[in-house]
Design a protein around this ligand. Sequence first.
Ligand SMILES: NC(=O)c1ccc[n+]([C@@H]2O[C@H](COP(=O)([O-])OP(=O)(O)OC[C@H]3O[C@@H](n4cnc5c(N)ncnc54)[C@H](OP(=O)(O)O)[C@@H]3O)[C@@H](O)[C@H]2O)c1
Length: 391
Amino acid sequence: MPDPTLTRRTVLAGAATTGGALAAAVALPGRALAAPQDAAPAPAPAPAPAADGKAARPLKLLMLGGTSFLGPEIVTLAVARGHTVTLFNRGKTHPSLFPDLEKLRGDRGGDVSALKGRAFDAVMDTSAYVPSHVTRVREALGDVGHYTLVSTISVYPAVGSSRDPVGESSPVAEVPAEAVAAEKLTNETYGAWKARCERAAEAGWPGRVAHVRPGLIVGPNDPTDRFTYWPARVARGGDVLAPGDGTDEAQCIDVRDLAAFLLRCAEDGVVGTYNAVGFEGRVSFAELLHGAKCALRHDVTFTWVPAAFLAAQKVGPWHNLPLWIPPEGNGHVSAEKARAKGLGFRPLAQTIADTAAWVRETKRDVAWGTGRHPGLSPAREAEVLAAFRAK
Ligand SMILES: NC(=O)c1ccc[n+]([C@@H]2O[C@H](COP(=O)([O-])OP(=O)(O)OC[C@H]3O[C@@H](n4cnc5c(N)ncnc54)[C@H](OP(=O)(O)O)[C@@H]3O)[C@@H](O)[C@H]2O)c1
């Protein structure tokens, strides 16, 4: 499986380290995103889908995965809504989770025989990365009433360069011909392989698949700590290095809102392809950070550092300053189609507050900006801020 901390950063590789080569290469105007003070009144947020109430029809649900970040949210909600959930995984990731549920052991890369002869109303797939993961399940399981495949917006090669909202009919990436037979998964081919997984699922269960393409999934329990950097940084207080001029757009989705939408797909038999990324309206980086200030601590200040200065300092988007992408590489993904099928977004301030609470309560100690950890270490942030003030 690709390194989730790197995938979008890989798309942007070189943007910072080559002094804005991406900007030079793309040379397109930035998106017109309202500065916070000019923002049009946002429509009232859709009510957050909740666990209240039971589903109209209880399902026998097979969860392919279920024990890392997104999976547990789906499983917990499914159980609360009265579904009978069976987990299939290798038993490596948090094997003690869900002691009361049936657990089938196997490996999507090899032995999936535990699925043979089993019948389910619906399958929820969070762990397919190459097509054989899907075809193997198809061969063992046979028919199912409904299949939800968790894909990704990384299927869109143009996501960074499109000036138009990226919809579900935008072209998807292709795996290089010479890499197909080996099914070799890399950070660069992650999206292209997901597109192929979608095709394999559609071929296996024609007309019965919801292909859901999330953007960055965020919130409590996120093992990748990308979004988490910002609530944690604001909670630390002091002067925060904030990227760009504040107008750059931030897009992500709360893991709980995504789980609710995925389950709705299974319950309602939703089929087709859906982007799943926030928000209703658009959220700028200034709104995100000032939202965190309002939610977490009021004495924090922000120093907005232009993209060009950050690039000169070799501070890159996405990994060094998580979630942030400068306008020339930051396309907007539209989730209007999913919204029409019930995708809702809780207020971002709630995601911020809950993520900060999770960090606090679990005493999560991330070595920001070291090794594979995203973000900037406190020392590096102070160094860049000092250089910026001295210029
Ligand atoms: N994180 C993001 O920002 C983001 C954005 C867009 C899309 N996505 C997609 O969202 C999904 C990530 O969800 P998640 O990891 O949080 O899901 P999850 O369901 O919570 O965890 C992954 C599960 O897959 C199981 N698994 C991994 N490899 C397996 C194998 N070879 N055979 C059988 N089971 C296996 C793991 O258990 P064992 O290790 O015990 O087998 C674990 O239960 C992925 O499909 C990813 O592409 C993520």
